[in-house]
Design a protein around this ligand. Structure first.
Ligand SMILES: C[S@@+](CC[C@H](N)C(=O)[O-])C[C@H]1O[C@@H](n2cnc3c(N)ncnc32)[C@H](O)[C@@H]1O
Length: 472
């Protein structure tokens, strides 16, 4: 850019340029009007004014005029100084404000936005395709026509693969690579961890063990629970209790202090050990001496349905079946000491009201191999000390039962399982639906279907069956 120290130079500069460019900039105009107020608003292309200007410039040619710095000039100077500043933060700040930088950034922003849009489109398409596949396979499953591969694929699409499922799917994928497409009548070998891993010890009746352990149980376990902050998890478990509640394997009643009786209509405690149950009874009566609707049952979870049929009607009975039914069934660290955990879970399902939930706080195999190795190596010692199988794959137990997991959270490297389950076939509650299920899936489906419809060629549309009443 040319710099002008003298008005005459400004004039000559503009006079040489074509008419369209001969318009004074604001700062130049201000400079002229400051020096020669008469020529305020004059246009350089104007001949009459040019003459006058020439005369004035000649008359004043010996006088030097210093340009007054405007706010903009000062700001520009400061900006240029900042661009050369030795302080890198000041320098970067100036660069970030520069025109060149913002133009460059705009280009990058537009590029990033386009990439984001394309990615979003692919993601949505993929999601839609997965949704359609899941819908098709679920329908097949409901009709009882799905083969093992398809059932595993349903699990994979829902993101619920267990270790044994992953191993099975790998086998199916190998077969696919070999060109096999139809997996009807094909069953790959079983990869059940609970059956094949010799370090997961066989289930046993632990009644006698806990009969002997009862008196020292609380004292012995207190420290371990404090170290791993288990109180928080027990609180989580018991906050679900409402309506008619059943606590299975209540042990020494370690969850009683977390009970909120204002939400509970009745409560039943069950344990196979009488000595453990006595401690529960004592703790409950100390805390709630006047509460009437409480029952304390000594028995096994595997025989729960028979016990419920014989039970006194202190709880609400299902009018049709004359069976006691519960809104909430909770269990803490019980499955690992049951003789038949799958059977116990199936019994929970049978005693649940349609809207009811089973809440489990359990320990089992973790999410990492090194953890599982540790659990496996000490499995026998644990069984002898605490009567439980802490390396059990609880995912497999749950999958083998008639229940459906609606929430699964794992802590302590995956060894503590926090589970909310319902009966298969019962509807999920609003709060149990995931973000995608709740907001995206149905709207994506609707949009994609209407998009597909609008893109379908007319000839294809006319292939749709026409009912006789529609015929014109
Ligand atoms: C590890 S203790 C857990 C006790 C308690 N829930 C807690 O969180 O501290 C396991 C409990 O399950 C009980 N138990 C074991 N097998 C059972 C069965 N088949 N049916 C009912 N209770 C059982 C034992 O008597 C024992 O009290």
């Amino acid at each position: 850019m040319a710099t002008f120290h003298h008005p005459a130079k400004i004039f000559l500069h503009f006079a040489r340029k074509p008419l369209s460019r001969n318009v004074l900039s604001e700062s130049q105009r201000r400079l002229l009007s400051f020096t020669y107020p008469r020529f305020n608003n004059c246009h350089i292309g104007d001949n009459k004014n040019n003459k006058k200007l020439k005369n004035v410039f000649q008359a004043n040619s010996n006088r030097t005029v210093r340009k007054q710095k405007t706010k903009e000039d000062l700001a520009r100077e400061r900006f240029e100084e900042q661009l050369k500043s030795p302080n890198r933060f000041v320098r970067w700040g100036a660069i970030a404000r520069s025109e060149k930088f913002s133009k460059g950034m705009t280009k990058y922003m537009i590029g990033a936005y386009v990439i984001f849009l394309i990615y979003g489109l692919f993601f949505t398409k993929k999601l839609f395709a997965k949704d359609k596949e899941l819908e098709r396979l679920m329908k097949k499953q409901e009709e009882g026509k799905a083969n093992e591969y398809e059932m595993l694929r349903v699990k994979e699409l829902r993101g619920k693969l267990r270790r044994r499922d992953e191993l099975k799917l790998e086998e199916y994928k190998k077969m696919k690579e070999e060109g096999i497409e139809n997996f009807d009548n094909i069953h790959v070998q079983n990869f059940d961890q609970n059956k094949l891993n010799e370090q997961i010890l066989p289930a046993r009746d632990t009644t006698n063990f806990y009969q002997g352990k009862a008196s020292e149980y609380d004292k012995a376990i207190n420290m371990e629970e404090k170290v791993i902050l288990l109180g928080k998890r027990r609180k989580w478990l018991m906050k679900h209790c409402h309506g008619d509640v059943l606590e299975v394997s209540c042990g020494t009643g370690r969850n009683i202090k977390y009970l909120d009786m204002s939400r509970i209509n009745s409560i039943t405690f069950l344990d196979s050990s009488e000595n453990m149950m006595e401690i529960t009874h004592k703790k409950f009566r100390e805390k709630f001496p006047k509460y009437k609707k409480a029952a304390f049952v000594v028995g096994k979870a595997e025989k729960l349905v028979d016990l419920a049929e014989k039970g006194k009607p202190s709880q609400e009975k299902d009018k049709k079946n004359n069976k006691i039914k519960y809104d909430t069934i909770v269990e803490a660290f019980g499955l690992c000491s049951h003789e038949d955990p799958v059977r116990a879970l199936n019994n929970f399902g049978k005693l649940l009201k349609p809207d009811g939930r089973i809440i489990l706080l359990e320990h089992g195999r973790g999410q990492y191999d090194f953890v599982n190795k540790m659990l496996d190596n000490r499995a026998e010692k644990r069984l002898n000390t605490w009567g439980c199988r802490w390396n059990l794959d609880l995912g497999e137990v749950l999958d083998d039962s008639d229940l459906e997991v609606v929430e699964e959270n794992r802590t302590h490297l995956g060894t503590t399982w926090c589970i909310v389950a319902k009966r298969k076939g019962d509807a999920k509650k609003k709060g149990e639906l995931g973000f995608v299920e709740k907001y995206l899936q149905s709207s994506i489906r609707k949009r994609m279907e209407s998009f597909e419809k609008s893109n379908r060629p007319e000839s294809e549309e006319s292939l749709e069956p026409v009912s006789p009443t529609n015929k014109s």
